[in-house]
Design a protein around this ligand. Structure first.
Ligand code: URA
Length: 435
């Protein structure tokens, strides 16, 4: 039997904790025998001292085993999960999942809701009235076996230790620690039961990881955990120095995803979609090299099969597939306003966090987990990094339901843009692929 006091002291002094000690901490905190104040002190000690590779792995496995684990063995084929560390305007899953499913590779995806300035896939899917984001395990498995696709919110109690630890980290300024982020993400991914894991590690102003160095460290930590657990795993480092695509806001992002599935996706979004998708197809043994994988993915857009799969997916999860053709009619906003700048030049950066915040100010995101969000509000950017702006050009359109909040959002959008006199190249989207 251990004493939590001694384990905090040990971590504070930068000594390595054993598997048994880490399990004692995770199990004790989950069952309530270790109080919040001791766990907070431990997490802060981890924040400053870090964790060794072995500690990070054992901490992750203890969190993974703290609750239910999905058994996807009844789904035939190689199941590859995709996860993003969180970005602004990130509708990648909405585009990628039907493309992969259209190639008959199973997509069994557990998704989350958004918190703060980043959005979650489950909220976006609720833009379809009657869409069921909660599926029984049986229905989830049947849908994947029959239609190759299911995307649902977490119903089972996956990694409850992470949920409790994350809430404490959030309240005690301990979110931004690489071993804690890596173990948090990986405990949930490992409990979700996929054979392969494709991680989109966002880098830049709108992401947890602001620099490529930090993001590489996070990616390496997650790769070590995944390999230690005998999973296929790849990390793609992608740019989040500006929002992904043009739309930010739930219904607006679904509209953009549908445009993308119909062949009209913004270039930056499609680059991320094709790169992640290629890695997923390679892991599922559905293509033997990246070039062939990309060609296969492109064919799902040009032959319409990805869009058809998306419509079917909406239907089997309770939505009306006809909405996919008339998404605009579901936008319920009282005000739309164009945004203008007083200067001209080339766009050198667009602070993604500020754009996410603008949408949140209008009710499009949650400050607290319990907040109800307005699915229709948001921002559509007309100008991206590298574009030229002349006075009088609209840089963006904001969609809102409250005049004062809309005005505040307009100011936030204006502040997000930086211009220079010199020509600027568009952002490079794929920063690294790490395996
Ligand atoms: N996403 C997670 O799931 N956990 C973290 O700690 C950070 C991002």
């Amino acid at each position: 039997m251990y004493r939590m006091y001694d384990l905090i002291e040990k971590k504070k002094n930068n000594e390595e904790l054993s598997k048994e000690e880490l399990r004692f901490i995770v199990e004790g905190f989950t069952n309530g025998s270790i109080p919040d104040y001791q766990m907070s002190a431990f997490l802060m000690a981890v924040y400053f001292q870090g964790m060794t590779k072995q500690e990070t792995f054992e901490f992750t496995m203890a969190m993974k085993e703290s609750g239910d684990e999905l058994d996807l063995s009844q789904i035939s084929g190689v199941k590859v999960d995709k996860h993003s560390t969180g970005g602004v305007g990130d509708k990648t899953t909405l585009v990628l999942a039907p493309m992969i499913a259209a190639l008959k590779v199973p997509v069994a995806k557990m998704s989350g809701r958004g918190l703060g300035h980043t959005g979650g896939t489950i909220d976006k899917l609720e833009a379809f009235p009657e869409f069921m984001t909660s599926l029984s395990e049986e229905k989830f498995i049947t849908n994947v076996n029959t239609y190759k696709i299911a995307v649902a919110g977490q119903t089972k109690n996956l990694a409850p230790a992470d949920k409790k630890i994350y809430a404490l980290r959030d309240a005690t300024a301990c979110v931004n620690s690489i071993p804690l982020i890596a173990s948090s993400i990986m405990s949930k991914k490992l409990a979700s039961g996929a054979d392969g894991i494709c991680l989109d590690v966002k880098v830049g102003s709108g992401a947890f990881m602001k620099t490529i160095e930090e993001a590489s460290l996070l990616a390496n930590t997650m790769l070590d955990i995944g390999k230690g657990a005998d999973k296929q795993i790849v990390c793609v480092l992608t740019n989040m120095d500006e929002p992904l695509g043009n739309a930010v806001g739930n219904t607006l992002e679904v509209m953009e995803a549908i445009d993308a599935l119909q062949g009209n996706g913004p270039k930056d979004l499609m680059e991320v979609v094709y790169t992640l998708g290629s890695q997923m197809l390679l892991m599922a043994n559905a293509a033997d090299n990246e070039e062939k994988a990309r060609t296969l993915l492109e064919s799902t857009i040009s032959d319409g099969s990805a869009f058809q799969t998306f419509c079917k997916f909406v239907e089997i999860q309770g939505g009306n597939p006809k909405d996919c053709l008339h998404m605009k009619d579901l936008l319920d906003v009282s005000y739309t306003e164009e945004v203008y700048l007083d200067s001209d030049g080339f766009v050198s950066s667009i602070d993604a966090q500020k754009i996410g915040h603008a949408s949140m100010l209008m009710g499009g995101g949650r400050a607290n987990k319990e907040d109800v969000i307005d699915l229709s509000v948001g921002v559509v950017l007309h100008k991206k990094v590298g574009d030229r702006i002349c006075k009088g050009d609209s840089i963006a359109r904001v969609y809102g339901n409250d005049k004062d909040r809309l005005m505040a959002a307009i100011n936030e959008v204006k502040e997000a843009y930086c211009l220079t006199k010199d020509e600027v190249k568009p952002n490079k989207m794929i920063l690294n692929i790490m395996k």
